[in-house]
Design a protein around this ligand. Sequence first.
Ligand SMILES: C[S@@+](CC[C@H](N)C(=O)[O-])C[C@H]1O[C@@H](n2cnc3c(N)ncnc32)[C@H](O)[C@@H]1O
Length: 460
Amino acid sequence: MAKVKPPVQKNETVTLRFEDLTHEGNGVGKVDGYPLFVPHGLPGEEAEVKVIKVKKNFGFGKLLNVKQESDDRVEPPCDVYYKCGGCQLQHMSYQMQLDMKQKQVKDNMKKIGHLEHVPVHPTIGMDDPWRYRNKVQIPVGQKEDGELKTGFYQKRSHNIIDMDTCLIQDEMNDRMVETVRRIASKLGISAYDEHTHRGTLRHIMVRTGQNTKDIMVVIVTKTKKLPHQDKLIDEIRDAFPNVKSIVHNVNSAKTNVILGKQTNVIYGDEYIYDTIGDIKFMISPLSFYQVNPTQTKALYDQALQYADLRGGETVIDAYCGIGTISLFLAQKAKKVYGVEIVPEAVTDAKKNARLNNMDNAEFYVGQAEELMPWWRNQGLRPDVIVVDPPRKGCDEELLKAMLDMEPERIVYVSCNPSTLARDLRVLEDGGYETQEVQPVDMFPQTSHVECCALIERVKK
Ligand SMILES: C[S@@+](CC[C@H](N)C(=O)[O-])C[C@H]1O[C@@H](n2cnc3c(N)ncnc32)[C@H](O)[C@@H]1O
């Protein structure tokens, strides 16, 4: 067969009408049937686009000039939006973002899970979709004049954009990052350089309790010693007298992973606290804690509603982190078993159960895919199983053990609709039926979406 040449060439300028959006939020327009993916293009718009990459069946373009704007186009409030890789959807009305996420989930259900019949509800959005993040982890670099800079990486690169504020961060986190950077700069602490593997300061992480206003700062260095440690602590405390915890984390490895294994509390407490609903949580530096507390409440309420607990049930919460969902469930269940791979998180989970006077939740350190079959072999038969895995979804062994245990209901909380759809297919083939999926906008202005799905055992 003769080779068909793409109808566009690299660096050529073409006029496109965008027909659709990809799951990442890129506009899709076609030249003679050949699709071009263009960041910041919106459906219905006509625009001039520079072709920047040509592949056999599709290409990529750069938006040069929008000739006819969509009613859903909005002016991004962030000065560095078009450079920074953090947000992808600031140019889009919030309603369009929510609709796009619902469609993303529906498409995955259909294409990956072959679950076109499953109702996917409209995405639960935020009243104010800004300043929602309770945690920032920001890389530190050095300017030409030697001063330190902090900022997220430019798209598809490791160049740090010098920025003072991030509009999806809690303002407290912004101010703390700026303060630590300024003090460290003044004390002459150098930034870590990933090319030469030299220098000291790698990242600044700040976590804030949205409801308690507790603040934890984690200073990540390549070096075992934190230079000018006492001075740094004094000056941070002068600027933020209410800081609860200052932690030094050592990460000497050549890696993209932000935190190393060694953490030393150099001032204050090992934990900060936050509340979700009526439950109080203590959170240590290495533990996972959802980044958007307002939407976490909406997500957990949904999970609890799907679990439909009456007080007599045994429940397993797999991938339980610091026990957040487990304790929500324990309010209504007879017994909850949690499993989590990070030992520090399990320590937090146990302490959190005590903190809330709950004695019906037990937590175990381990791989969920190992513990679940072990529980099955021990004869544990839960009424409800909740899973909340990382992006790669559930392990096959775990899915198999869940099916063998025959719970009435499975509640699947997911931050990745494609692995959710893949795993739902396995559960459907194993005798379960997905009843509904509720997307929740945990990460406004970005293309990520969180979901909660209800799966029930088909009665024979
Ligand atoms: C998306 S988080 C959910 C945490 C918790 N349910 C919450 O809402 O805060 C996923 C959790 O799974 C843990 N994890 C990752 N792989 C695991 C595995 N194989 N077995 C058990 N836990 C795992 C992570 O450490 C993380 O705490």
